[in-house]
Ligand binder design. Structure first.
Ligand SMILES: NC(=O)c1ccc[n+]([C@@H]2O[C@H](COP(=O)([O-])OP(=O)(O)OC[C@H]3O[C@@H](n4cnc5c(N)ncnc54)[C@H](O)[C@@H]3O)[C@@H](O)[C@H]2O)c1
Length: 372
């Protein structure tokens, strides 16, 4: 039984944001950092006082002092880096998505099962204060029976690193899949997705995806429930939004249309004008060790100019919750949430959705290995 764990941070754009949180966590150390650009690696190491620095990922994996890697590299590298880390005996926390092919998801799930190592996909949405608020309402029975869920993630990626131009909207869908399935604590069973509109020629050629928008229905396994999600990356005029709506028999939660406005709670059985109420979302820092509670607040975001914070709404104060989930799972020797199977299901919803869109909306079943 160990009482502290050593993490190596890999990829130091968005990834650097987690360093001060791990450093403040009473049961974690940042023992090493890794990125390819040596000058930027050294700047980061100097800034946070971290001596062990690697430009080669393979050297991180040879370091016996590293218990787990927290991967924040570009999306095309997630699966390869995860599989390499598991082969080297390291636990893995990896930013979303788990992978961009069903086969890579399968390999990760199998390797986690074979090795007994832990895997967590660092999905920000299911640790955001809005999600924790809705989950609290649901668990207290205030929503009643859930009848329908909906989530949207429109995001104009012009100006982001070039690899986004090769991405397919539904291949980065976990921010909309995860709240729907996470709240219901059930996997997806099948999806039907349509493509809509057209992206400009250069994006279509690079990504192989012709659609501007992908819009998908998810059948939740063993429940009379459907969720609807939609996404775009280019060529649609809309402010960034990561929304989540839940419709219950007693109460329903609807996300604000524009950033910075109040979300709305609708209550059944009231006179029509009184049905909607604007809500203040409480913070859930009290769930965390005292030393990292302050990191739920926007003021503690280290690099507030990083595009993912300008467009990401600060990720709802989720970063310290994710850090604590992975660290405490390792210390308690339990699976973190989302574990490998759940992460694969959430990721494969998007992969199967794109397959469905290419087949004109045909129903595509989620692979068996993602169903738990
Ligand atoms: N809300 C969220 O969950 C959220 C928000 C922002 C970013 N992300 C994810 O985080 C990841 C990084 O995003 P970003 O905006 O910081 O990207 P970025 O391209 O700015 O940074 C990527 C980093 O990875 C490093 N890197 C790339 N290849 C490497 C290799 N082979 N070995 C070691 N380091 C390597 C780069 O040097 C750089 O530091 C992406 O996968 C993105 O999807 C998730």
């Amino acid at each position: 039984m160990t009482d502290t764990v050593n993490v190596a941070m890999v990829g130091l754009g968005f990834g650097a944001e987690f360093i001060p949180i791990y450093q403040a966590h009473p049961q974690a150390n940042v023992s090493a950092i890794c990125r390819r650009d040596e000058a930027k690696l050294n700047a980061c190491g100097d800034q946070f006082g971290i001596e062990t620095r690697y430009t080669e990922y393979e050297d991180v994996l040879k370091d016996d002092g590293v218990d787990f890697v927290h991967i924040n590299s570009p999306i095309p590298d997630h699966a390869r880096m995860t599989l390499q880390a598991l082969d080297a005996g390291k636990h893995v926390m990896c930013t979303v998505p788990m992978a961009t092919t069903v086969e890579d998801c399968r390999q990760i799930v199998e390797k986690v099962r074979e090795t007994g190592l832990k895997y967590m996909m660092a999905e920000t949405v299911v640790y955001s204060r809005e999600y924790l608020y809705i989950k609290d309402l649901y668990e207290k029975g205030e929503l009643g029976e859930v009848q329908y869920l909906a989530a949207s993630h429109p995001q104009d990626m012009n100006g982001w690193p070039e690899y986004w131009e090769r991405m397919i909207p539904m291949h980065y869908a976990t921010h909309v899949v995860s709240p729907c399935l996470g709240l219901m604590d059930s996997p997806a069973e099948a999806v039907s997705c349509f493509g809509s509109g057209r992206v400009r020629d250069d994006i279509r050629e690079k990504s192989g995806n012709p659609f501007a928008v992908e819009t998908c229905h998810i059948k939740v396994k063993d429940r009379d429930l459907t969720a609807h999600i939609w996404r775009f990356l280019y060529d649609v005029a809309r402010q960034y939004r990561e929304s989540f709506d839940v419709y219950g028999t007693n109460k329903s939660f609807e996300w604000t249309l524009t950033e910075g406005e109040h979300h709305v709670l609708h209550t059944a059985g009231k006179p029509e004008p009184e049905i909607p109420t604007k809500v203040e979302i409480p913070d859930f820092a009290h769930l965390l060790p005292q030393e990292i509670q302050r990191f739920t607040l926007p003021a503690e975001i280290h690099d507030a100019d990083h595009l993912s914070f300008l467009q990401g709404g600060g990720h709802g104060g989720s970063h310290p919750h994710m850090v604590h989930e992975m660290v405490s799972a390792l210390i308690d020797d339990r699976d973190p949430q989302p574990n490998a199977v759940t992460s694969a299901n959430w990721t494969c919803v998007g992969l199967c959705a794109h397959e469905s869109a290419l087949k004109g909306g045909e129903l595509v079943r989620l692979p068996e290995f993602t169903l738990g």
